[in-house]
Design a protein around this ligand. Structure first.
Ligand SMILES: *Cc1c(COP(=O)(O)O)cnc(C)c1O
Length: 468
């Protein structure tokens, strides 16, 4: 018994020593990766604005959007697409960061909207996104949302199950405006998404749409198969399979499907998804996984070229005219331009040796992706300070499951320190919940200017729909 205990301790010790080493050697210890800098006071700054001042002015926790960085990321995506010399359409996935102030910036550059719910469709309409730049995906489209999509005459309603074909047809009216329909391909037979390809169900759905061509038009073949991809391999592989299917449809029915929507899932260099092994180890031992290596990331223009080359190969193999390419990235566009700031409320040294840091942002309210992704973090008030100690950074909800990061190697902390979590622009604010506390404000910085994109929630907002 004593033997196993000792062995456990030795193994754990080794894991933690290795994790400390990885954290120290992280490629991500450079604020420039997020367009941030250190100012004369030694504080982290977003352009000309001191992050410590932001926290003092707007409270904690706080989301801060770096407008210049956002514009750089939008510009990079658009210019990589332009460099392809192909017909393309760039849509932003609303669920990734559904903050209207951010969406407006994105749409200013001519980027459209990929929506998955009635609310998101309504918001796209409210933000004046041209209907021919809206794609409606999702597994659970309500009657009202389908009616709205039909009335708006959007680019494509991508069906996720066969029964949607009849539902859409029933809601349509005779006329000369056909409804653009897409089919989401389900390549993975064990996932709930899409219409199965292997069993022939996807082909059957396409044929059934074509039978209703008095009102429906098969416009798009869609898939969304990966997340935080570091290169173009996965998109390429499935795009080629999609082209094969599109060519089969053309051969058997004469119908040419003009658009291929290759979904989202384009990665960023500054975060990574934990592998199943890392995730399990993190759960069991609290050992924080290795940071991503910058060299593992292939620049976007190269990934897109890889995908397009694959599409062209498939097009020539299956004798299919290259379709218009639709992309629906989320993370790629907004991940890096937003960070989260959180104040330290207490530091507790427990007798087992663990040091807990109590903050007002944990995975159950504000940092959900930190559960399964590696995110770099800094002390906003002294980003250059050297790490000395492992800490469990916890949230404010009353459960031991509300951590932000376990065993983070940090300088010796005191309660004036502010923790900044990087890459909070994808799936942080949209996942935020008001479990016992209000959801945070979102502010955007441009040069010297700070604009409030969303006020901190008030108690009145939280109870607005309650009968009290
Ligand atoms: C979530 C989602 C996206 C965006 O995913 P990212 O990984 O953020 O790029 C695009 N399309 C669909 C259908 C999605 O569900």
């Amino acid at each position: 018994m004593l033997g196993t205990e000792i062995l456990k301790k030795v193994v754990l010790n080794r894991l933690m020593t290795r994790s400390k080493h990885h954290q120290l050697q992280s490629d991500l210890r450079d604020l420039g990766l997020w367009g941030l800098n250190t100012n004369a006071l030694g504080h982290m700054a977003v352009q000309d604005v001191d992050v410590v001042d932001l926290m003092a002015a707007y409270g904690s926790p706080l989301f801060v959007v770096n407008q210049q960085r956002l514009e750089v990321d939008i510009g990079n995506a658009l210019s990589a697409l332009k460099g392809l010399n192909a017909e393309t359409e760039l849509l932003y996935s609303y669920k990734t960061n559904c903050t209207p102030g951010i969406l407006k910036e994105i749409h200013k550059h001519g980027v459209g909207a990929e929506v998955i719910s009635h609310y998101e469709l309504w918001l796209a309409a409210r933000l004046n996104v041209p209907p021919d730049r809206i794609v409606f995906n999702g597994v659970n489209k309500t009657e009202e949302s389908l009616k709205m999509a039909i009335d708006m005459n959007i680019l494509s309603i991508n069906i996720d199950q066969h029964s949607e074909i009849d539902r859409i047809y029933r809601l349509s009216k005779p006329g000369n405006r056909k409804i653009g329909i897409g089919v989401r391909l389900g390549f993975n037979e064990c996932s709930q998404f899409g219409v199965e390809v292997a069993s022939g169900e996807a082909m059957r759905a396409c044929n059934d749409i074509l039978k209703l061509s008095d009102r429906l038009e098969l416009r798009c073949i869609h898939f969304n198969v990966t997340s935080n991809a570091k290169d173009g391999k996965t998109h390429k592989k499935y795009a080629q399979m999609a082209i094969e299917l599109m060519s089969q449809i053309e051969r058997s029915t004469g119908h040419y499907t003009p658009c291929l929507d290759i979904g989202g899932g384009f990665g960023v260099p500054t975060t990574k998804n934990m592998s199943s092994y890392e995730y399990g180890l993190y759960r069991v031992t609290g050992c924080l996984p290795k940071p991503p290596k910058l060299s593992d990331y292939q620049p976007l223009d190269r990934s897109l070229n890889e995908i397009l080359t694959g599409i062209d190969e498939a097009c020539s193999r299956f004798n299919y005219k290259r379709p218009k390419l639709i992309l629906e990235p989320g993370r790629l566009i907004t991940s890096r331009s937003q960070m989260l700031l959180t104040r330290i409320n207490a530091i507790k040294q427990k007798s087992c040796g663990t040091k807990f840091v109590i903050t007002d942002a944990g995975r159950l309210s504000t940092t959900f992706p930190c559960d399964f992704e590696y995110h770099e973090s800094f002390l906003a008030n002294r980003p250059e300070a050297a790490p000395e100690q492992l800490y469990h950074i916890m949230g404010r909800i009353c459960t031991s499951a509300d951590w932000l990061m376990k065993n983070r190697f940090l300088p010796l902390l005191d309660d004036r320190d502010i923790i900044a979590v990087m890459d909070a622009g994808a799936y942080f604010s949209s996942y935020s919940s008001n479990f016992a506390f209000q959801r945070p404000a979102i502010v955007m910085v441009n040069g010297n200017d700070v604009t409030v994109l969303r006020d901190e929630e008030t108690f009145e907002h939280i109870t607005a729909m309650d009968c009290i």
